[in-house]
Design a binder for this molecule. Structure first.
Ligand SMILES: [Zn+2]
Length: 104
């Protein structure tokens, strides 16, 4: 798939708000995942057709369930989404070498 085709596909999944990540950012994430061998088929449906999620996500980490909606720190992640069944695969951005100042 070319980067233009990938960009068009991503726009279709982004909804009315449009694409959040640039094609370059998605390509960087895809390259980091490929470099680490994250190419396996979907564990849910066994197809192997993934999209890069259209934004960074923060997975909240709290010591108890009551604090989950209180904001604060968390794990910055990138995601892959199975085009076939929608399975969501999260990967810690920092471990892929994708970091931003002040984000864990
Ligand atoms: Zn799947």
């Amino acid at each position: 798939m070319t980067s233009e085709e990938m960009d068009a596909e991503q726009r279709q999944t982004a909804g009315a708000a449009g694409t959040i990540l640039s094609a370059g950012e998605r390509a960087r994430i895809a390259a980091a995942l490929a470099e680490r061998g994250a190419r396996a088929a979907c564990p849910s449906c066994h197809e192997n057709d993934w999209l890069i999620g259209d934004g960074y996500s923060l997975v909240a980490m709290r010591a108890n369930l009551q604090d989950l909606d209180a904001g604060g720190t968390g794990l910055a992640t990138v995601s892959r989404i199975c085009r076939h069944c929608g399975y969501l695969s999260l990967h810690v951005a920092r471990l892929l070498g994708i970091e931003a100042p002040g984000v864990e």
